[in-house]
Design a protein. Structure first.
Length: 346
């Protein structure tokens, strides 16, 4: 039987109305308020952030709905929890369908703990032969998201200008983040041990002192801006960056991240994106991350205070970096983990 039918039965047995409205949707009433119920029958994958984001947006667009119940038999990726905690204009309750017992286990509250002691360490670098595109911004905000998700992070400032080190002194970072200068790590390599991730922030032109850590990266994140002045139409800078990294570290995955995007559908933005894709196709290790970090006031002014100061988890910036975290963890399967196990409150 399809999940939606099982859910309908279950709701009715529990004494709730359940009116089918579409192939995988129904409406129910809880304490006199309308809730949209959505199910999916995916066989293999936990429900991810983008699915829950669009579910949330469909709730926001219907003023008569108090919230929604999202039900799956495959679980949810861990970033879903953070999204729901941060977005409370409409209530979302997650449900795990047990097809055999025809029962829904409501996953609420969403408590789970990360057990990450035995994970292999992953090294990620931020590099492109270009300044001012968001290397340092991405390093700090990605570190913050991963720390919020329960991982421990060593942030290493490889830039002689030491922007990162200076910011880490004035900003209060998540306590799971430790920030070091390359110099400190050179003297005592054990400093970065016992962290799930090491994130390196490089200068736009490499010095010999940067070569060693670069040669050890698993992933190189390459932020680009879709502005003709930043990325020449011939994408020369990007090709140079690819060549540079591949020479030193042919095994690293090269992940291009569009940052500071202003208007995704602007014609110039589109044509630059196509140019970008051409360059990326020529390099086998290179991939374009399928979404962008948007231009935001917050990321423009972030250095003073917390990395996500003021705007907190509701900000577009937080949601964008959450999507990046979700992509790294679940699409690239860096530290793949089973969907979170829920404590059931019945
Ligand atoms: N998505 C964004 N929206 C708005 N401003 C941004 C964004 N990303 C970066 N910035 C700003 O651009 C400037 C350069 O960023 P930075 O991370 O220092 O670049 P890099 O490390 O590559 O030199 C900073 O002032 C930063 O606040
Ligand atoms: Mg920088």
């Amino acid at each position: 039987m399809k999940s939606i039918q099982l859910v309908k039965q279950y709701l009715e047995i529990s004494g709730l109305e359940a009116e089918l409205t579409a192939a995988s949707r129904l409406l129910t009433k809880v304490n006199g308020q309308k809730y949209l119920v959505e199910t999916n029958d995916w066989k293999t994958k936990p429900v991810n952030l983008s699915v829950i984001q669009s579910f949330y947006h469909s709730l926001l667009n219907s003023s008569d709905l108090a919230g929604g119940l999202y039900i799956t038999n495959k679980g949810f990726t861990e970033t879903v929890k953070y999204f729901i905690n941060a977005n409370r204009k409409k209530e979302i309750v997650l449900g795990l369908l047990d097809n055999v017992k025809a029962k829904v286990n409501w996953l609420y509250p969403l408590d789970y703990a990360v057990n990450n002691d035995s994970l292999p360490q992953v090294k990620i670098g931020l590099f492109i032969c270009k300044g001012g595109v968001g290397k340092t911004t991405t390093a700090v905000h990605l570190a913050t998201i991963l720390a919020d998700l329960g991982y421990s992070i060593a942030l290493v400032d490889e830039d002689p200008e030491a922007h990162l080190k200076r910011i880490s002194r004035s900003a209060s970072l998540n306590s799971k983040i430790n920030c070091f200068s390359a110099h400190e790590v050179e003297h005592d390599e054990s400093l970065i041990k016992n962290h799930n991730y090491v994130i390196y922030d490089y200068p736009p032109s490499l010095q010999t002192s940067n070569i060693y850590s670069l040669s050890e990266l698993d992933y190189c994140l390459i932020p680009v801006n879709l502005s003709p002045m930043c990325l020449g139409l011939d994408a020369e800078i990007l090709q140079k960056t690819f060549n540079y990294i591949s020479q030193i570290n042919p095994l690293a995955s090269l992940l291009v991240l569009i940052n500071n995007e202003i208007e995704p559908y602007h014609p110039v933005s589109n044509s630059l994106r196509r140019e970008l894709q051409k360059t990326i196709k020529n390099t086998s290790k290179a991939h374009l991350i399928p979404f962008s970090i948007k231009n935001s006031q917050h990321l423009h002014y972030w250095g003073k205070g917390l990395s996500f100061s003021g705007l907190g988890k509701n900000s577009i910036a937080y949601q964008n970096f959450l999507a990046l975290g979700d992509y790294l963890l679940n699409t690239l399967k860096i530290h793949p983990r089973k969907s979170f196990e829920m404590t059931l409150k019945n």
